[in-house]
Ligand binder design. Structure first.
Ligand code: AGP
Length: 371
């Protein structure tokens, strides 16, 4: 009924709008009186964590994309090498696992068979397993050595939205906690990032306030059969997630690429009028932003219609954006928390316009309990 959807047409749309609260809840109570990070159900000792010399993140689908973002954050803040692996591929490549490997399993449902089998394999090899999960008492956290619970609340829509954002939060918390334990970052730097995270619910709210703009954009694209997504750095997994949303509920051909890879093949796909959603990194000291802009220039010169997500005040993108949706100014590592929201709204509205059942897309199940 409309009541259980808070007046929205779909659970997915309701869950998109719940994201500021879900993110805030997932951040709640993570700092103790001294301002230090604490993770209650971590159950891995600081000593265990100090011994970790490699992290392997395993997950499927959207949770895998959260893992890709986690790699950027953990390697940057903690200087521990991280591999991100699809759960369904993990066991079959004979992965190198030791007692000093930390395996992080990310799963909204906690019941995904591929992910469960992967952690069982890791534990037989004596690796420590940490779950990031949204479902209390589900199988994956029960079979893990420790858990960071996300607090998204039940996610009903088959297409994950608030599950993803809260997984990102848990990944940032894990990265910062490891940095604290390992001493790779000073306490005030960790506190500063925590303060920035505390501002994210407000930023997500401001993106949601522009939903009508995104809906109009979606309505302009109901005739399209194919949409590409481009990103770089932490924006690359966002591009992949934007494409997955569109496949899942709008049944459109959608593909995400790392912008730097364009010239190695995908640019051959570009033709007159092809819509390309571009996740533009914030302006910073590195060359990420400028490199992204030159990639956007190139696809536009070949006729693509560039739909750009870029931070407020980014005037450099204006000449190359056929459509510009502005995002709040946030650090590059945290940008996925705001950048993915318009992509969720875009997919939800496009699927609605096409007359699809957004909450129960064909051929998909909410939790995939077979391998
Ligand atoms: C997301 O929109 C998907 N429906 C799907 O990719 C999902 O993220 C994947 O099956 C993993 O599920 P889990 O997080 O519950 O393990």
């Amino acid at each position: 009924s409309a009541a259980e959807k808070d007046g929205h047409d779909w659970f997915m749309r309701k869950e998109i709008f719940e994201q500021p609260r879900a993110v805030a809840d997932s951040l709640l109570g993570r700092r103790n009186a001294d301002g230090l990070l604490q993770l209650d159900e971590m159950r891995l000792s600081d000593q265990d964590l100090r011994e970790v010399d490699k992290i392997i993140i395993i997950a499927a689908g959207t949770s895998f994309y959260a893992g890709m973002v986690a790699k950027y954050a953990i390697e940057h803040w903690c200087r521990i090498p991280v591999e991100v692996e699809l759960a369904s591929e993990f066991r079959y490549r004979d992965p190198i696992l030791t007692a000093s490997t930390l395996v992080v399993a990310i799963s909204q449902s906690g019941e995904t068979a591929d992910t469960l089998q992967a952690i069982r394999h890791a534990r037989v090899q004596r690796s420590k397993v940490l779950a990031i999960c949204n479902t209390n008492g589900s199988t994956i956290p029960r079979e893990s050595d420790g858990v960071i619970y996300t607090h998204a609340g039940p996610e009903i829509g088959v297409a994950s939205t608030k599950g993803f954002l809260t997984q990102l939060v848990a990944c940032y918390l894990l990265a910062l906690y490891l940095a604290q334990v390992k001493g790779t970052r000073f306490g005030d730097e960790i506190a500063q990032v925590m303060d920035q995270l505390d501002e994210m619910p407000g930023h997500i709210e401001s993106v949601l306030a522009k939903s009508e703009e995104v809906y109009a954009l979606a309505r302009d694209h109901v005739e399209n059969r194919s949409v590409l997504f481009l990103g770089r750095h932490a924006g690359y997994p966002v591009a992949l997630e934007g494409a997955l949303k569109l496949k899942e509920i709008a049944y459109l051909h959608a593909e995400g690429f790392a912008a730097g890879e364009l010239k190695h093949g995908p640019i051959a796909l570009v033709e007159e009028g092809l819509p390309i959603l571009c996740v533009v990194p914030p302006r910073g000291r590195d060359q990420l932003h400028d490199k992204m802009i030159s990639g956007i220039q190139e696809v536009r010169a070949r006729g693509a219609r560039t739909l750009c997500l870029a931070e407020e005040g980014d005037t450099a993108i204006e000449p190359y954006a056929d459509v510009l949706i502005t995002l709040p100014q946030v650090p590059v590592l945290l940008q996925p928390l705001v950048a993915v929201v318009p992509l969720q709204l875009f997919a939800c509205e496009l699927a609605t316009q096409l007359g699809h059942d957004v909450d129960q897309p064909r051929n998909l199940a909410k939790s995939v309990t077979v391998e």
